[in-house]
Design a protein. Structure first.
Length: 80
């Protein structure tokens, strides 16, 4: 059996950080999960990944934020 404790601990840190980011961005930008998703923003972020991260910006975190928003939007649409 593989000891999952290190993975679980790392996952908790990453998900806690992502949760805080999502809450902060939602407060800053309103409720973007229901707004039309701007695919060009995602394209821009993907381009930055290939060029290297800009100073002080986490491209991977931002991309994760956009994908979580897509998941929330899809879930809300399915409820309607």
């Amino acid at each position: 059996m593989v000891d999952q404790s290190a993975f679980v601990a790392d996952l908790d840190v990453v998900l806690s950080d992502l949760r805080a980011l999502l809450i902060a961005k939602n407060e800053a930008y309103g409720d973007p999960a229901l707004d039309p998703v701007r695919i060009l923003i995602i394209d821009d972020k993907l381009k930055r990944v290939t060029e290297a991260e800009t100073a002080g910006e986490s491209v991977f975190r931002d991309l994760t934020w956009y994908f979580v928003l897509l998941a929330i939007r899809s879930m809300r649409q399915a409820r309607q």
